[in-house]
Design a protein around this ligand. Structure first.
Ligand code: NDP
Length: 518
């Protein structure tokens, strides 16, 4: 139900797009409610959902963390976070309504015994707000704390599986989900002891981005692309996730992770699976995820010599980015001066199925690259060009490219060839552009808004299923093991502000191709 005092902006371009659904009344318990993610993402996302009237009337948030805080202090802290990080300004009337649903209890040492405090808090929220017994547990704590919390939820009975009439229970697990195949399996096993798979929502905020969801719409809502979306017409695919930022003070996390774990295992393989999947039989969680996992399973494992042949890794040294001189990775605060953590990774993958046989998927990601950009570029096979061999200006024609920009400048560009105006026939590449901002004139929701709302609605389409996570980790763990056995590269091997190490260019050059400049 849309609250009466919520300001509603009517967008004429959304006319006919159908009514939004509203979740059942429920409580979201946030573990780690005193932390960075809660402040920067979760509370602002929840407030924006409330502003749009997308949360149920009785929606409540129960913060649970070890820090001592009163409910009033938690509400003040929440207001400060929303003021600082919300994409829209705070509206006092809506804030008051939202803040009435905010509660907090101190988690003590978060040992199993401490969960009675959480039970009391939830009982209080249920009494005061009549939330129907529905609850979501959000694990917004460091990964090392996941197991203990899941165990506590199980032992205390708070995670009791849904019984008829007692409302539903769900759990959202943040990334990183494991650090290799074994640890991911272990965590899945621990979750499975307490929750059924349908109750588990493994979040990858990339999947909440409008442009990532649009990959499915673009492919399956249009009739003209699907017939050419295969090995007959596509030469290769490039997926780039470039960051101009460094590690932004997160050495503790990044030293343990590296580019492969931080970006490839989750975001990039998720995008690859959306680009590569077969049409699902329905746009619902099971059907979509069934098709995605088939792609991940079809990726040829990188074993033995293939690791050296089909991958490249790098670490940035000092350089210049955005006109600013920046230190090398090893000079960043709290980074080991001899660190061998990779800040750049490139992979060449094959999806061994009928659609994609022998079409390489090239993935690259890195920090301190020249610009912040994420895109998927579909490179089509070249036309024979026999007719126009001498008319190309100024360099030989490249193939047609369809580039889907995930962020920023969200949109899609199709590169094709056109005749240069003039008496003679001369040909040059031109772009046909679609820009989200210009076409829809609305600000898209933050990824966390989309994903939290989906979870409240019980829609897990945009969350990773157990088998997807394990298939992705299986591939990445092979590469990590392969890298361990190879001689360590001489790091740093690329300058901050460049497009990565020489080895990444060589990976392409060996195939007679080059990376696209996004
Ligand atoms: P923080 O390090 O800020 O931790 C969050 C809260 O967890 C802390 O405020 C602390 O609260 C509690 N906590 C810390 N250590 C423990 C522990 N050993 N046991 C129990 N509770 C603990 O993390 P973030 O908020 O940055 O991230 C939370 C999760 O989200 C992590 O898994 C992270 O990987 C993931 N994530 C974060 C992103 C971000 O932008 N911050 C982006 C993507 C994912 P208290 O001491 O009060 O109990």
């Amino acid at each position: 139900m849309r609250p009466v005092d919520t300001p509603t902006v009517v967008n004429p371009l959304r006319e006919g797009l159908g009514a939004e659904r509203t979740p059942d009344p429920c409580t979201m318990v946030i573990f780690g409610a005193s932390g960075d993610l809660t402040r920067r993402k979760l509370l602002p996302a929840l407030y924006n959902l409330a502003l749009d009237g997308l949360l149920p009337d009785k929606f409540s948030i129960a913060g649970f963390a070890r820090s001592d805080m009163t409910v009033e202090q938690f509400r003040e802290q929440a207001l400060e976070s929303v003021r600082q990080f919300s994409r829209r300004p705070v509206d006092p009337k809506s804030w008051d309504r939202f803040a009435r649903g905010l509660f907090y209890a101190s988690a003590g040492s978060l040992k199993t015994d401490d969960f009675h405090r959480l039970a009391e808090l939830m009982a209080r929220v249920h009494r005061e707000r009549d939330t129907g017994g529905n609850r979501v547990f959000y694990l917004s704590v460091p990964p090392s704390a996941y197991s203990g919390i899941v165990e506590g939820l199980g032992a205390s009975g708070l995670a009791a599986r849904e019984r008829s009439g007692s409302g539903w229970t769900r759990v959202i697990v943040e990334k990183p989900f494991g650090r290799d195949l074994d640890t991911a399996r272990e965590l899945n096993q621990e979750l499975a002891q307490v929750f059924a798979e349908e109750q588990v929502y493994r979040i990858d905020h990339f999947l909440g981005k409008e442009t990532v969801q649009n990959i499915l719409v673009f492919r399956f809502a249009n009739g003209i692309f699907e017939p050419i979306w295969n090995r007959r017409y596509i030469d290769h695919v490039q997926i780039t996730a470039a960051e101009s930022l460094g590690i932004e003070g997160r050495a503790g996390y990044y030293e343990e992770a590296g580019a492969l774990r931080d970006m490839v295992q989750n975001h990039m393989l998720q995008v690859l699976s959306l680009v590569g999947m077969e049409p699902p039989i329905a746009f619902e969680a099971r059907a979509v995820r069934d098709e995605k996992v088939k792609v991940l399973r079809a990726i040829r494992p990188l074993l033995g010599e293939d690791v050296a042949r089909y991958t490249a890794r790098g670490q940035y040294g000092p350089g210049w980015v955005d006109g600013r001189e920046v230190p090398g990775y090893r000079q960043e605060p709290n980074v080991d001066p001899a660190s061998t953590t990779e800040t750049f990774a490139a992979l060449k993958l094959y999806v061994d199925n009928w659609r994609w046989a022998e079409v390489p998927f090239y993935l690259r990601t890195g920090k301190r690259l020249p610009k912040q950009t994420t895109e998927v570029a579909i490179h089509f096979k070249r036309a024979p060009l026999l007719l126009f061999r001498d008319m190309v200006d100024p360099t030989p024609l490249e193939s047609n490219v369809l580039a889907m920009r995930i962020q920023p400048n969200e949109g899609i560009t199709l590169k094709f060839h056109a005749k240069v105006p003039g008496i003679s026939v001369r040909i040059r590449s031109v772009n046909m552009d679609f820009l989200y901002g210009a076409s829809f004139a609305v600000e898209p929701p933050e990824a966390y808004e989309t994903l939290i709302l989906d979870c409240l609605l019980g829609d897990s389409t945009l969350f990773a299923r157990r088998d997807e996570i394990e298939a992705a980790w299986s591939l990445v763990t092979d590469v990590l093991n392969g890298w361990r056995e190879l001689p360590s590269p001489v790091f740093p091997n690329y300058e901050a502000g460049s497009w990565g190490p020489r080895e990444a260019q060589d990976l392409m050059a060996r195939d007679g191709r080059r990376w696209r400049r996004p």
